[in-house]
Design a protein around this ligand. Structure first.
Ligand SMILES: NC(=O)c1ccc[n+]([C@@H]2O[C@H](COP(=O)([O-])OP(=O)(O)OC[C@H]3O[C@@H](n4cnc5c(N)ncnc54)[C@H](OP(=O)(O)O)[C@@H]3O)[C@@H](O)[C@H]2O)c1
Length: 351
């Protein structure tokens, strides 16, 4: 019953309040697991697209498990002040901190459980130095500050190269062979955490996520928007892996239990090697429009095989079909976009 939700799923998602509720409601498995977690949880880099969902779900799960006294801290610079308010309103204790400043990191509260989410991807061409700093120096400072604590570190499926689509994606045993500056820095992030895991005996997990789907951003929103706008869909990167953001967030919390010494990598995504052409055609049907396709699907794509995570946690609760139909309805009703395209179609690692 890993994926069992505490609430039935709706056919449509009406508004952002609904969407937030669906994404942040913990499954029974998450509440049960969080009831066994000792000590506080600190989430570093909580201010991005996924962070607040992790913080709010963790708070709800602790509360439902009767662990109101265990705190959830959310740390970021809070470039978006609304995120801070939203987190505070949900019972997450926020701390403004630049994770690149050692003197600020030293003041962070102790916690036995850490989820590291800070990262930089877009804008790497202009400031590759900053990307490397955020993705390697911030992890080093955090790993020292939280020596001995559990460290569940967000990583990415971009640590792998393109693999043949017939192979069901790279498993965790596949050698890392990153394409481009960002992906190289992401391998750097993993290596820094792996080094400190051994040095400080910190149980660590490297959470190799591939394309989380929220209705406001993600690969499906990108494809759906382009279909609706009548733009050509380039089939070059012909296959993708996606996972519902709520499922990814649940797995992030459950992966605190995967942390070990030396650091353990785990692929986190959905079960399908999903074809971009299929997704585009499905959007066209649901949005009652024509689809314009160009290019030919390559024999390789950025794909990871998350079989190990399915063995541990079961399949994600939200299917690809539900994600596509929720996204199509969201687009039809003018639902907000974060305007942060994934650039999933990139084949050379230049995001
Ligand atoms: N979303 C996906 O589908 C996906 C896929 C693969 C991997 N990932 C990885 O998962 C992690 C979380 O994803 P996300 O989509 O939420 O990323 P995101 O939107 O880029 O958020 C990361 C957040 O880190 C914070 N941060 C950056 N530099 C910081 C600093 N110096 N000090 C403190 N905070 C800092 C920023 O918030 P502030 O501006 O408030 O500081 C930023 O919003 C990232 O590391 C990403 O690499 C995500």
């Amino acid at each position: 019953m890993q994926g069992m939700s505490l609430k039935p799923l709706p056919e449509d998602i009406q508004d952002e309040a609904d969407l937030e509720e669906i994404i942040t409601t913990p499954s029974e498995a998450v509440v049960e697991y969080m009831s066994s977690v000792e000590g506080d949880l600190v989430i570093l880099g909580i201010g991005g697209k996924i962070g607040s969902h992790v913080g709010i779900m963790a708070r709800k799960a602790f509360d439902l498990a009767g662990k109101q006294q265990q705190r959830v801290f959310g740390v970021s610079r809070f470039s978006d002040p609304d995120k801070r308010q939203e987190l505070e309103a949900a019972g997450v204790d926020t701390i403004a901190c630049d994770l690149l400043e050692a003197k600020e990191v030293e003041k962070l509260p102790a916690a036995r459980n850490v989820i590291f989410m800070a990262g930089r991807k877009f804008g790497t061409q202009d400031r590759s130095d900053l990307t490397w700093a955020v993705n390697t120096i911030a992890p080093a400072l955090a790993a020292e500050q939280y020596a001995g604590s559990k460290m569940m570190a967000f990583s990415t499926g971009c640590v792998y190269d393109l693999v043949p689509v017939s192979q069901m994606g790279a498993t965790e045993e596949h050698a890392t062979a990153p394409l481009g500056e960002y992906s190289n820095s992401a391998v750097g992030r993993e290596q820094v955490f792996s080094y400190y895991s051994r040095k400080n005996n910190s149980p660590t997990c490297l959470f190799r996520l591939n394309y989380a789907v929220d209705l406001r951003y993600g690969v499906l929103r990108d494809i759906g928007d382009n279909v609706r706008a009548g733009e050509e869909i380039d089939l070059g990167m012909g296959h993708v892996n996606v996972i519902w953001q709520g499922d990814a967030v649940q797995r992030a919390l459950l992966c605190l239990d995967v942390c070990d010494v030396p650091a353990v990598p785990i692929n986190i995504t959905g079960p399908e090697t999903a074809a971009v052409e299929y997704i585009a055609r499905r959007f066209a049907e649901l949005l009652e429009t024509e689809v314009r396709l160009t290019g030919t699907p390559a024999q390789t794509a950025l794909l990871s095989n998350a079989a190990r995570s399915f063995e541990l946690f079961g399949y994600p609760q939200i299917s690809l079909e539900t994600m596509i139909s929720w996204t199509a309805k969201w687009i039809s009703q003018g639902g907000r976009s974060l305007n942060k395209p994934t650039h999933f179609e990139t084949r050379d690692g230049t995001y």
